[in-house]
Design a protein around this ligand. Structure first.
Ligand code: NDP
Length: 375
């Protein structure tokens, strides 16, 4: 299901004549918040293939990646992914940021089998595509999923990108799934933000024992979402507290940096345990060193770490990445509609206040997600 194939047939639409312009927040260069520009003159995107859908965006949300991309992070690799044949000859501007969408299907390409105009859907927009801080966005059928009935668009927009990241990291890199997770001990480092608040709930729904690190004023939040143990990382004795606990089967690290040095020994040795880091140098290395050298340097760093960790302690070291995956969001929808996963919306901004939403994100200390209500 959800095939991607080109054919010359016509489209199905509930909204004929969408060939004008739309409102969007764009950037025309990389930089600080000042580069965000509101315009009503962005062309409504055309369907790139009959396997694509045109969505009307009702709500979007911000992720740390939006801040990073605003500043130029990943520009080289993402532009290569956007236009592999342009070989740097074209630029990516005006660029629309925003990685989450909750909205309604307006138009379906002729190859789309799973959706109809009028369906309420949610999706995580891949970073190499034009984002959702706009009235309309196009996505392939594979990237889209029906939205949970129990959530408003504002609530739904808080979930897709962090859910796609968490699922890809926990399943593909961490080797976990609903069947294998019961009673596994999982540590989430940095659990009070978007990825962490979703991951706690996902892992509890799968039956894991979940320990998290967060600052003291987030303890009520993470325990309310199901965390079994919460360790205050600002207390000064995080490592001792964690060392006194049983060893972990999987660690999901959303903080990075020196964390690895003290956290790796917390894994159960020689038992297939896995350290999954979401903070990787891949995109920044290609920005600084170019595609080839940056890619090679990242590959070398990863294989080096992997081998060292495996030989010294028998633990696997992996990087976790966001991956577009509509069927994975179908799984999340079932958990949401059965009340096992809740949206965690910390702040909402109207579409006129996107720069203020970026400032909120930039201030850090997220407790869940910042959502933008688009229409
Ligand atoms: P958020 O900004 O939503 O949350 C980060 C959270 O971490 C905040 O609640 C913050 O609260 C907390 N925090 C900061 N420092 C520490 C620390 N030392 N120990 C424990 N908690 C800490 O980010 P996301 O959850 O959306 O993303 C987390 C990370 O994962 C980001 O670095 C992001 O770039 C990365 N990521 C990577 C992806 C990939 O494909 N590889 C995809 C998605 C995200 P406080 O400061 O108050 O403690």
């Amino acid at each position: 299901r959800r095939k991607n194939a080109w054919s010359p047939f016509s489209t199905r639409s509930s909204h004929r004549g969408l060939h004008g312009c739309m409102s969007a927040w764009v950037i025309d260069e990389y930089g600080s918040n000042a580069v965000l520009r509101f315009t009503e003159e962005v062309p409504v995107p055309a369907l790139p293939s009959p396997a694509h859908l045109l969505l009307k965006v009702h709500a979007s949300s911000l992720n740390p990646l939006d801040l990073l991309m605003r500043g130029g992070y990943g520009a080289k690799l993402l532009q290569l992914r956007r236009e592999p044949l342009a070989l740097g000859g074209r630029n990516e501007f005006p660029l629309v940021l925003g990685r989450d969408v909750s909205g309604v299907v307006l138009e379906c390409g002729a190859e789309v089998t799973h959706f109809r105009p009028g369906d309420e859907v949610w999706a995580a927009v891949p970073p190499w595509k034009q984002g959702s801080l706009a009235e309309f966005v196009t996505l392939s059928e594979y990237e889209v999923s029906h939205k949970p009935h129990s959530l408003s668009h504002t609530e739904a927009a808080s979930i897709p990108y962090v859910a796609s990241t968490a699922l890809s990291a926990l399943i593909n890199a961490g080797g976990l799934c609903a069947e294998t997770t019961p009673h596994k001990r999982v540590l989430i480092i940095g659990a009070s933000g978007g990825v962490g608040t979703f991951s706690i709930q996902m892992l509890k729904a799968w039956g894991a024992h979940v320990t998290v690190t967060c600052s003291h004023n987030a303890e009520g939040l993470v325990r309310g979402l199901g965390a079994d143990e919460a360790v205050d990382y600002t207390s000064g004795d995080t490592v001792h507290t964690l060392e006194a606990m049983d060893r972990f089967d999987v660690i999901l690290d959303s903080v990075g940096g020196e964390t690895e040095q003290w956290a790796l020994p917390l894994l159960r040795p020689w038992s297939g345990s896995k350290y999954v880091s979401l903070v990787t140098p891949l995109l920044s290395s290609t920005d600084h060193l170019g595609l080839l050298a940056g890619g090679m340097q990242s590959g070398w760093a990863l294989s080096n770490k992997l081998l060292q960790r495996l030989l010294s302690r028998g633990v696997f070291y992996r990087w976790g990445f966001y991956a577009p995956d509509g069927p994975a969001l179908d799984h999340v929808r079932a958990l949401v509609d059965s009340g096992k996963v809740l949206p965690v919306v910390e702040a909402q901004f109207p579409f006129t206040q996107v720069p203020q939403a970026f400032l909120k994100l930039e201030a850090g200390h997220a407790r869940g997600k910042t959502v933008v209500c688009v229409t």
